[in-house]
Design a binder for this molecule. Structure first.
Ligand code: PDD
Length: 284
């Protein structure tokens, strides 16, 4: 069964949806995106995703295609037209179509594209079994705080991890972990501290990371927001990732070394449960 997708003002079957070959998203990766999780046919923490979309647009001096309220209305109409219980809603804004020129066009109309993806969110094999992660150099640009569609380095890292028999990669720059290919990276030390990289241009300011840190704090877990090294990961008692698509998912090995007892850790399990409760409550 074909999906209904949204493209520049129209809801269409996916086969009928098109974008210009001159779209700057296609020619220059001149676009930004958000992924909101769908639970029970509703969107998780969507206000925070739209706020970050607004920030990404502002940082790139890109016009919004319409107001954030209108974007939310389109998202909800798309949910109505697609019967998705669990999955993700992808939305992308580009600077629009214009003849190829490195300088920004003066009068291009921003493009807005949205589609849904149906997949399990709560009960996943990765959450049960945990992930095997390897380290790889971070070769991305220096504005990782902006959620752009320039995802080739992340895609290459993911493929290198899969080729090496792992599930994902944590990227390393100047001797410190930045983040996962499409998630934020966290460890729990042997004395129970949650260590997560501090926010800067070096990582995406994850919406899930923020909510999970707040939940961890409420639970009384001590949090240190600072850089950490691959060596610290190997001697950690636990490790986990956070993202809209993985929620909280345990990491059980790093560069072939088992983390803790090599099984999903208790802190990650507890934070996943707490986050699922939060996600269900935040749904709209
Ligand atoms: N990725 N870091 C990177 C590089 C990401 O691409 C993502 C999200 C995150 C986590 O952010 P959030 O918690 O806001 O989802 C961190 C999405 C899910 C994706 O590209 O599919």
């Amino acid at each position: 069964m074909s999906r209904i997708v949204y493209v520049n003002g129209e809801f269409l079957p996916e086969e009928a949806a098109t974008i210009s070959i001159f779209d700057r998203g296609f020619l220059f990766a001149d676009g930004v995106y958000e992924v909101s999780t769908i639970l029970g046919g509703k969107l998780v923490d969507n206000g925070a995703h739209l706020a970050r979309l607004g920030r990404s647009l502002k940082e790139l001096d890109m016009a919004a295609p319409c107001s954030m309220e209108e974007i939310a209305e389109i998202q909800h109409e798309l949910l109505k037209r697609n019967d998705v219980e669990e999955g993700g809603l992808y939305l992308q804004v580009t600077r629009g179509a214009a003849d190829r020129d490195f300088a920004f066009p003066k009068d291009a109309k921003p493009s807005l594209v949205m589609f849904t993806q149906s997949r399990p969110v709560i009960k996943t094999a990765a959450a049960e079994k945990g992930l095997a992660v390897i380290s790889l150099p971070d070769i991305r640009w220096q504005r990782r705080d902006i959620k752009t569609v320039g995802l080739l380095p992340a895609s290459l890292a993911k493929m290198a991890a899969i080729k090496a028999g792992a599930n994902d990669a944590w990227m390393v720059e100047d001797g410190f972990i930045t983040e996962g290919t499409s998630n934020n990276a966290h460890i729990v030390t042997k004395d129970g501290k949650l260590i997560t990289r501090d926010l800067s241009n070096k990582i995406l300011h994850g919406i899930t990371r923020k909510a999970v840190l707040a939940l961890a704090e409420e639970t009384g877990i001590e949090i240190e927001e600072r850089r950490f090294t691959p060596e610290e990961v190997k001697v950690a008692s636990e490790a986990f990732v956070t993202s809209a698509s993985t929620f909280v998912t345990p990491v059980i090995s790093f560069d072939g070394v088992a983390i803790g007892d090599g099984k999903p850790g208790l802190v990650a399990k507890r934070l996943r449960e707490l986050y699922i409760d939060f996600a269900l409550k935040s749904c709209q």
